[in-house]
Design a protein around this ligand. Structure first.
Ligand code: SF4
Length: 523
């Protein structure tokens, strides 16, 4: 009898197997029936620890992953439900989490989520009310017994027992994208992620990098490597960046194109490549694998596990076969010449050029900040006094309009009233980031550019570059910026700041978290 998903991940002598099912759109279509048939086989086969169920992948509607998780659990196999932030606000999340808890669906992979797709030229409203760090934090609070203020005093709810993981991409081309990915990873761990799943790529040194980063900075957290059985059609889409965050460079696409002309259309080679990846991941020290691929059968999953185990003795030689880097891409650590992987020494980032221009707006913003918003400066006190005097008066509205005029001109301000500009290098996450990410990038950026608006640089590439210019890029590390307080929407962000109503007001929980991350970062 195999161990539970959680126990297996914590057992260093065992590789944990998660197999991804994509049930798709509809309730009784072929894709749902195939997913359930695969689940039935996996339950009987007893080799897979959890079946992972995608949550509206590609930003398209699909059958609810939570519901399918319940159905799969009844078959006698654990689900690992993907729980994304794209189409539910914080209350909907909490409601769904209660339902999942009641159904004993406890394994969750918390993700930002793909941007909702437009259908027939019309796009639904993207939500992104909370990011993955906020969602992880909410689940941690629920696991400890969520406390809320009721009419007659505090109410504490029964603790839930979720086992939550988060994702990270080591497959980023630029320094700014990669470093901010890792900064956000630290926030996810601090917020309660208990295991990590990597994004998809085929560069052994990058897989090793994420393990090394976590070892150096966050201790011993289990990591599942993403092992995707790559067909030519999927490789082509990934190569054209049509599947966010999945990296297939030209060199790999060319190889797969060659293989597709075989009589089995390259199936044998694909499965062997997956088994070799399994072997490399096991050798490197991954706690398990997250197996994915279109139309994969259970017996193929078994083959990958068995063949991978057999090959794992030679993992160091096999690692050299996974040499599909992003041309000119950034690596966090210096290369270990003997193994071709990484040392524990970070590359000297000071000498590397900025990935985005800094611009005059940022320079003006820094000056304004130091004059008006720094508590040590005389004008800070004057503004605080003015905000108090204006609060509730007939001059409040004109004051707000004046602020808006300036901030729309400089930052394309959306008037959220809970301003995060000073936290993100004065690049507004509410107007410039389609997913409103306040704590670091989503996984979808490509070569420094935004997943949703490919003609614009990701806001974290811009923010990191601005801060790095002044040696302050570590500002993006550590402190978790809370989800936007919509009670402040269309009120003066300046007034909210000076009167301590926005997230910048002292928050002991965040300070504790900040301290913890800074301590970890020193190791
Ligand atoms: S700006 Fe960056 S974080 Fe925001 S959606 Fe685009 S790629 Fe993702």
């Amino acid at each position: 009898m195999k161990e539970t998903f959680q126990n297996s991940l914590n057992n260093k002598n065992e590789m944990t197997i998660a197999w991804e099912l994509v049930p798709g759109r509809g309730a009784r279509e072929k894709s749902q029936e195939s997913a359930l048939k695969a689940a039935e086989e996996a339950a009987k086969g007893d080799r897979v620890h959890a079946l992972t169920i995608t949550d509206n992948p590609g930003g398209n509607p699909a059958i609810l992953a939570d519901y399918l998780g319940m159905e799969i659990l009844r078959m006698g196999i654990e689900p690992l439900v993907h729980f994304s932030c794209k189409d539910k606000n914080r209350y909907q999340m909490e409601s769904q989490l209660y339902a999942l808890n009641r159904a004993e669906v406890n394994n969750l992979l918390v993700l930002t989520g793909d941007y909702p797709e437009a259908l027939e030229g019309r796009r639904p409203k993207p939500v992104f009310d909370m990011d993955s760090t906020h969602t992880l934090e909410l689940i941690t609070k629920m696991n400890n017994g969520l406390e809320v203020q009721g009419r007659k005093g505090p109410i504490k709810y029964h603790p839930t027992s979720f086992f939550t993981g988060a994702a990270v991409s080591p497959f980023k081309a630029t320094e700014a994208e990669q470093v901010t990915q890792y900064f956000k990873l630290e926030k996810k761990v601090a917020a309660g992620a208990r295991f990590i799943v990597t994004q998809l790529g085929y560069d052994a040194r990058k897989f090793h990098e994420v393990l090394q980063f976590l070892k150096v900075h966050n201790g011993d957290i289990p990591v599942l490597g993403n092992l995707y059985i790559l067909s030519y059609s999927a490789a082509k889409l990934m190569n054209q960046n049509q599947i966010p965050g999945c990296v297939v460079p030209d060199k790999l696409l060319a190889k797969i194109e060659e293989e597709k002309d075989a009589s089995d259309k390259g199936l044998e080679k694909r499965l062997l490549r997956a088994a070799k990846m399994y072997a490399v991941m096991k050798g490197m020290g991954f706690s398990g694998v997250h197996i994915g691929g279109h139309n994969i059968k259970y017996h193929q999953v078994e083959y990958i596990i068995d063949k991978g185990e057999e090959l794992s003795i030679d993992w160091q030689d096999l690692a050299a076969e996974f040499d599909y880097p992003i041309p000119g891409g950034f690596y966090y650590f210096e290369k270990d010449k003997a193994s071709g992987l990484n040392t524990t020494k970070p590359v000297n980032r000071e000498k590397l050029p900025l990935n985005a221009p800094v611009g005059i707006t940022y320079k003006i913003s820094r000056i304004m900040h130091s004059i008006f918003f720094d508590p040590g400066k005389p004008l800070y006190r004057a503004m605080k006094y003015l905000s108090k005097a204006l609060d509730g008066s007939i001059l409040e509205r004109p004051f707000h309009k004046l602020e808006l005029l300036l901030k729309v001109g400089l930052y394309d301000c959306k008037d959220c009233g809970d301003c995060a500009l000073p936290d993100t290098g004065y690049v507004c996450p509410m107007s410039q980031c389609p997913k409103n990410q306040r704590n670091g990038p989503c996984g979808g950026s490509n070569n420094g550019f935004c997943e949703v608006n490919p003609d614009r640089q990701c806001i974290y590439v811009r923010a990191y570059s601005r801060l790095k210019k002044y040696g302050e890029e570590e500002q993006l590390r550590g402190t978790q910026i809370p989800a936007c307080n919509w009670d402040l929407y269309q009120t003066s962000g300046w007034k909210n700041f000076y009167l301590g109503r926005d997230h910048a007001a002292a928050c002991p929980v965040d300070k504790a978290k900040d301290k913890k991350i800074k301590e970890l970062a020193q190791h």
